[in-house]
Ligand binder design. Sequence first.
Ligand SMILES: Cc1ncc(COP(=O)(O)O)c(C=O)c1O
Length: 389
Amino acid sequence: MNLNKKAIESYSTQSINAQDEKSVLDALRSDFLSRGPKIDLFEKKLGKICNNKNVLSVNSATSALQLAYQVHGIDNNSVLWTSPITFVATSNAALQLGAKIDFVDIDPDTLNICPKKLEKKLSHVAGTHDSPGFLTVVHFGGNPCDMKEIFKLSKKYKFKVIEDASHALGAFYNGYPIGDQRYSCASVFSFHPVKMITTGEGGALLLDSIGKLENARQLCSHGIVREKFMKDGMPEWYYEQIELGYNFRMSELQAALGLSQITRLRQFVKKRNRLAKIYQENLDKYPLKYQRVTPNDLSSYHLFIVRITNKAFKRDDLYRFLKQKKIGCQVHYIPVHLHPYYKKLGFCAGMFPEAEKYYESCLSLPLHQNLKELELEYICDALKEFFKC
Ligand SMILES: Cc1ncc(COP(=O)(O)O)c(C=O)c1O
């Protein structure tokens, strides 16, 4: 069997072609390595895909989250709720600003925040200090959350919605691209190598207003203002720092890679969807459950997650079995509230039962551009062998 062993060794990996290499080399040979024309172009292309002109490229989704939170006024008086099934960055970025964090349990089918549990929790705390000013929804694995329902609740209970769309570039909710800010005030994407497209490290922040974009751009670069003074006739070297910011900037080399990668985004999403379908068809008879995608939506399938439904089989045994066969798999994620740091904040096991049940049974199987059907067949055969043992 002419198997591409490297392709099955990781649950996800980048896909780099000659066009990507040329794009980065062109940038390297150009006059700009830091901010330059390719960043502007990359932001325009992202904006076109997401139907939103207010785009800022940054050095990671973590930075984008922090900027999103800061420009919307999150501080040590704020309460932010999110899903316990996410990467720690989603809530850490708000903790960095001093906010109080809490979680809302997931829907066991979609694996996203459960709108019903959200409403119940909101109604309990309404009018108290625990009532959230902010909710960060996570389109987990690229599967869009029920944004209409969440938007309705945000109007009723008066909180702002932020989308951690780190997994969801290229996904569509009810026919609309994730990132268009129809139902939220900010969206964040990640361009880490395992994500939908890569810039090495990198991320983007999409906002619902040009004013917020200008604020985020300023914070992204030390809180410094330069253009305004040039317009006022000051010399080019003049700038003023007017608030405390960061260096969260993306480089021209990263943007060059992103610009080339983004031309293949649709193809990437299509392939991931096709492979996910093949997995489900092949493993139909085995005790596995998959993430439910609403028929009106398009998941970007950043992750292909299986849940073992027969308690006779243990996730960790499956993990070891696949690892022995050099099949890359991963657990996404350890529920955030179970990390020692969060336990010190007062969280403990038992608080979010669906998230914890999910965690016990889940495994992400390989899903990326470099996988072919032959490799998928090999992975499925390994799973079948495990369940027959
Ligand atoms: C849901 C989610 N949010 C945020 C991040 C942080 O992304 P980055 O590595 O680009 O900072 C990740 C990364 O894995 C993620 O999965």
